[in-house]
Design a protein around this ligand. Structure first.
Ligand code: ADP
Ligand code: ZN
Ligand code: ZN
Length: 743
């Protein structure tokens, strides 16, 4: 008897965002499953296109005589369980997407073309021979060589690209080590693990009582398959990762698998090595530099059971494990967990849904949790666990807030306060390292009075206005516009400026004040141009430079043992970046930055320079006091009706003609609001987007706020429907729920 399949085709247009029925030919019968990628004839011309099977049934809904047959099955693709399609549907429903685009996110698979070959470095020397060579390299100050040899004292083999990438050792250096006979370079197939350690008796430290309690609670849920949610709150060094490792271990013991999400930027060599050391070739690490083929290979290894632990950024979430024991999200507050492309899903929310499908616990960890998650923890929806002790025995650094208004008053116009300059001089004199941090986000510039600190805010939205090129101040939420003021309304001073300062300017200042100091700079530009950010970081970690100047890229998840001074040059910059989460981000950045000082055995100093020394985000960050921050921030969010106390939907309209999208915006608004009424909904806009035009496409935004998320989903659904009814145009409508940053 013939069987039939419902298929979502590869045409990404909401007009055909429905399934089509096809017959499964006898000879393909064994190969077609739910989730299979297939090729089918489509439309009048019977053009062959691909699609995914979302259902299989014995009786067709249409006339069997008119149903076309599946042409072939794509063998390189997965046959995922029905759960994956549910996840795709969840994404489609909650974030606005076509089904096919949602499927492509959870099944990011391309056919494998041929074998992928990689190279690895094989250690030939004994441990002591390598150690000897390492010490020689150190004494000759051959830092790259030393870096490689140090790892080889512990590792039998290391992936070649891991060495040139995360370890930042040049191919020439590798060649010279090869010539000395200590290593051999071999080709391997992609299945081999990146890192192999000489001995497998990994170090399992005895857990602290706090750690034991967390592990015990969560591991019980892993064992029983209970869908619970946990937040581990603990500063860096409080042993969160060690807790994750023990939960993952439990999963493996139970024959289950684990997914650990980590922000890409935190995937340093040391962090990655830590997992290979414990779990050997059961682990795979995903990162954005993998090719589509390599990604697919990693997923296939997961599917076949070769690996049981997947570590990586957002996309690692979709690893096709069939018996998932836990999903762990480290640094859960990181904005990189939200997709910046359509559909703009949040990996934390999708992970929570997945954990409920697979009946496993969801574990989140952070020193500075998102306000969203912490609120849930206080509500009891998420179990809160606190790790209160730094296990490394290091003390928290000494933190000082410097009022830049006073500096100016007393005639200091330099980027450095007198205090920072003094400490920096002393630090360099002692031969120790310093980090100077500035937040790039503020670059476009909030506008403030340098005399009294007054910041210019939108009268409607309670966010700071941004300066635009045409001497106007603009609100990025509602489009409110006013002329750039010449005089401060508070104190009548004329010292009203937009804030501008960059990493380059700071580097120059360091060179001018301390000509002997060697500096490294890292921001989006240098990371792209020169070498990997990992390279810069590992060079700094190895003492190649005295001062590291950079943006937020330098503050995340790296241990620099030599750093005893951290300067946050303008803490305000992220405070007025123009969205409601800026206090949260500022608190997070300063807390993280401050945590970089004094990670070794020497005490650390942190200097926070600001025009707003009394701001709660800055004060609580300087005390590493998350709860204090949360208490004040949550009041602001509640009063101003921002997430998590209220949900937000951002509707973006794009089109080649400004009048057209304006008209479309009004029409869609009318339709949506006819249905929702004005109950429990606040609309802001429509207004011009922060960047009103990109590539000749005009952009407008409408914001809706409601405590009822489903009401916002309804608005999205209605708008999607009416956009289609109004007929095909080049105008586009995008949706972003609880936007993290829209500009
Ligand atoms: P976090 O992830 O919170 O930053 P880690 O788990 O990385 O903390 O722990 C910080 C340091 O303390 C690491 O070097 C780790 O090996 C060590 N550590 C963690 N737990 C213990 C423990 N129970 N006993 C001894 N050392 C530990
Ligand atoms: Zn506004
Ligand atoms: Zn003023």
């Amino acid at each position: 008897m013939d069987r039939y399949a419902d298929i979502i085709t590869e045409i990404s247009h909401s007009a055909v965002d429905r399934s089509f029925e096809y017959r499964i030919p006898e000879e393909l019968s064994g190969d077609v499953h739910i989730g299979s990628k297939v090729n089918v004839p489509f439309g009048k011309g019977n053009k062959i296109i691909s699609g995914y099977v979302i259902d299989i049934k014995n009786t067709p809904d249409y006339d069997p005589g008119k149903i076309k047959a599946i042409e072939s099955v794509d063998k390189g693709s997965f046959n995922p369980e029905i759960n994956r399609l549910k996840i795709a549907y969840f994404i489609k429903q909650n974030y606005g997407s076509t089904m096919i685009n949602a499927i492509k996110i959870v099944l990011p698979v391309k056919k494998i073309t041929g074998r992928i070959t990689k190279k690895k470095i094989v250690s030939l020397g004994t441990e002591s021979q390598i150690k000897e060579a390492y010490e020689k390299a150190i004494s000759k100050r051959q830092v790259g060589k030393a870096r490689l040899l140090k790892e080889l004292t512990e590792c039998e083999t290391i992936d070649y690209s891991l060495v040139t990438g995360k370890l930042s050792v040049s191919p020439n250096t590798i060649k010279s080590v090869e010539k000395s006979g200590l290593i051999r370079i071999e080709e391997v197939n992609s299945k081999e693990t990146e890192l192999k350690f000489r001995s497998n008796d990994a170090l399992w430290p005895e857990l602290s009582d706090e750690q034991k309690n967390v592990v015990k609670t969560i591991n019980e849920d892993v064992e029983k398959g209970i869908n619970s949610k946990h937040l581990i709150l603990g500063i860096t060094g409080s042993g969160k990762t060690e807790v994750y490792i023990n939960i993952i271990k439990k999963c493996l013991d139970e024959g289950k698998q684990a997914i650990l999400l980590v922000p890409e930027i935190a995937l340093s060599y040391q962090n990655v090595a830590r997992f290979y050391r414990r779990f050997g070739d059961k682990v795979a690490v995903m990162h954005s530099k993998l090719t589509q083929g390599e990604r697919c290979e990693a997923f296939l290894r997961a599917k076949s059971g070769e690996i049981s632990v997947m570590i990586g950024p957002r996309s690692a979430l979709y690893t096709p494990f069939d018996n998932l024991g836990v999903i762990i999200i480290d640094e859960e507050h990181e904005s990189s967990y939200k997709s910046e492309n359509m559909p703009k899903y949040h990996a934390r929310e999708v992970a929570a849904y997945m954990a409920s499908l697979y009946n496993c616990p969801l574990v989140m960890g952070s020193a500075t949790p998102s306000v969203d998650t912490y609120m849930k923890a206080l509500d009891g929806d998420v179990k809160l666990h606190k790790l209160t002790v730094r296990l490394t025995g290091e003390n928290l650094p000494n933190c000082e807030i410097i009022d830049l208004r006073k500096e100016l008053e007393e005639g200091n116009k330099s980027i450095f306060s007198r205090r920072l300059k003094k400490l920096l001089g002393e630090c360099l004199e002692r031969g120790e390292q310093a980090m100077l941090f500035i937040n790039r986000r503020g670059y476009a510039g909030f506008v403030s009075c340098r005399e009294c600190g007054h910041v210019f805010k939108c009268p409607h939205c309670d966010v700071s206005l941004s300066r635009h090129g045409n001497n106007k101040l603009v609100c990025h939420y509602c489009g409110h516009e006013e002329d750039m003021p010449k005089i401060c309304p508070e104190c009548k001073s004329d010292k009203v400026y937009a804030f501008r300062a960059g990493t380059e300017k700071i580097e120059e200042a360091v060179k001018k004040e301390f000509p002997g100091a060697i500096t490294l700079r890292m921001d989006a530009d240098t990371a792209k141009k020169n070498e990997d950010y990992e390279g810069i970081l590992s060079r700094f970690a190895n003492g190649d430079a005295d001062v590291l100047v950079g943006t937020q890229m330098i503050v995340k998840g790296h241990d620099f043992k030599g750093v005893t001074l951290v300067g946050v040059l303008a803490a305000d910059m992220s405070l007025y970046s123009g969205d409601y989460r800026c206090a949260e981000r500022t608190f997070d950045l300063i807390t993280q930055a401050a945590g970089r000082a004094g990670r070794g055995d020497k005490p650390g100093n942190v200097v926070i320079q600001t025009y707003q020394p009394e701001h709660y985000a800055i004060i609580h960050a300087s005390n590493q006091d998350y709860e204090g921050f949360y208490n004040e921030e949550s009041i602001y969010r509640k009063i101003a009706k921002y997430p998590p106390f209220c949900h937000m939907l951002e509707v973006q309209l794009l089109g080649p003609k400004e009048e057209d999208i304006q008209e479309l915006a009004l029409k869609l608004m009318e339709q949506a609001e006819k249905v929702t009424g004005d109950k429990n909904i606040i609309r802001i806009g429509p207004g011009k987007a922060s960047i009103g035009k990109i590539n000749d496409m005009y952009r407008m935004v409408i914001y809706y706020k409601s405590e009822d998320y489903s009401l916002l989903v309804k608005i999205k659904d209605i708008m999607e429907k009416y956009k289609l009814l109004y007929g095909p145009t080049r105008d586009m409508v995008w949706f972003d729920f609880n936007p993290i940053s829209s500009f």
